[in-house]
Design a protein around this ligand. Structure first.
Ligand code: CO8
Length: 259
């Protein structure tokens, strides 16, 4: 159904795989349009509880926006392309389901920006991260100048943005760009295990955690805390809250239904 993306749904997990391995999964327009559509499809699929995003092949998660497609763009075309892709990544960030990036190789430029739009990043030992745009005469255009400092702090983000330097998975872990680093062959099984662990929790509570973090981080602490109180209150309108707390009191395992 999709040309450049593989979409698989299994046991409540949606697997999105960028599938252009010959060009290291470079993100061309066609792929970004498909990614938008896949994200929409998954976002409206009640059976999908967690999403895993990865790249096809062993070498790359995504080596950036497609340079061969971009190099002849006008200023206006560049602006439109950037805005379109920013929206796709913000749709990923705001998907109701948690999204895990399983970074299997190069995550450069738009590839790093794609990983950063996911909620959690797990990197294989051979993953490499970077924002090499300044080496091409541009700046990151898919929100890298905004998400990178939010994840690693202003100083480190500026260093990576100004130098275009690539860092390995361990350095990415050290600066909190990724949550964990695992042997390459274990990447998908670790991502799946994390997805299953998330799935065993109350689904609405997990979704509301995501909303509270995302909304709160873009505001001041008092506003974020007030927002949390509202969302916390909402949880008491769910069956899962009653089930979760009754199960604790009755010393049994909770059976959550997502209602
Ligand atoms: N775009 C298009 N093709 C690519 C890309 C890319 N980003 N990356 C790799 N490829 C292609 C290569 O051209 C090559 O194709 P071919 O076999 O036809 O020559 C194939 O993939 C394999 O690549 P290499 O032979 O270069 O493989 P190496 O192992 O030697 O090197 C690297 C791997 C280091 C990853 C290298 O390919 C590289 O440096 N790639 C480019 C990385 C990069 O600069 N990414 C940032 C792109 S810009 C960006 O993402 C900005 C986003 C914001 C845009 C805003 C728009 C307004």
């Amino acid at each position: 159904m999709y040309k450049n993306i593989l979409l698989e749904k299994s046991e409540g997990i949606g697997y999105i795989t960028i599938n252009r391995p010959k060009v290291l999964n470079a993100l061309n327009k066609e792929t970004m349009i498909e990614l938008r559509d896949v994200v929409h499809e998954i976002g409206t699929d009640k059976d999908i509880k967690v999403v895993i995003v990865t790249g096809s092949g062993t070498k790359a998660f995504a080596a950036g926006a497609d340079i061969s497609e971009m190099h002849g763009m006008t200023a206006l075309e560049g602006r439109e392309w950037g805005k379109f892709s920013q929206k796709v990544f913000s749709d990923i960030e705001n998907l109701s389901q948690p999204v895990i990036a399983a970074v299997n190789g190069y995550a450069l430029g738009g590839g790093c920006e794609l990983a950063m739009s996911c909620d959690i990043r797990i990197a294989s030992e051979n993953a490499k991260f970077g924002q090499p745009e300044v080496l091409l005469g541009v700046i990151p255009g898919f929100a890298g100048t905004q998400r990178l400092p939010r994840l690693v702090g202003k100083g480190k983000a500026k260093e990576l943005l100004f130098t275009g330097e690539q860092i390995d998975a361990h350095e990415a872990y050290r600066i909190s760009l990724v949550n964990k680093v695992v042997p390459h062959e274990e990447l998908l099984s670790v991502a799946k295990a994390m997805a299953q662990k998330i799935q065993s929790c109350a689904p609405i509570a997990v979704q509301l955690c995501k909303v509270a973090v995302n909304e709160g981080l873009d505001t001041d602490l008092d506003t974020g805390v007030a927002y949390e109180a509202e969302v916390f209150g909402l949880c008491f309108a769910t069956n899962d809250q009653k089930e979760g707390m009754s199960a604790f009191v009755e010393k049994r395992k909770a059976q959550f239904v997502g209602k």
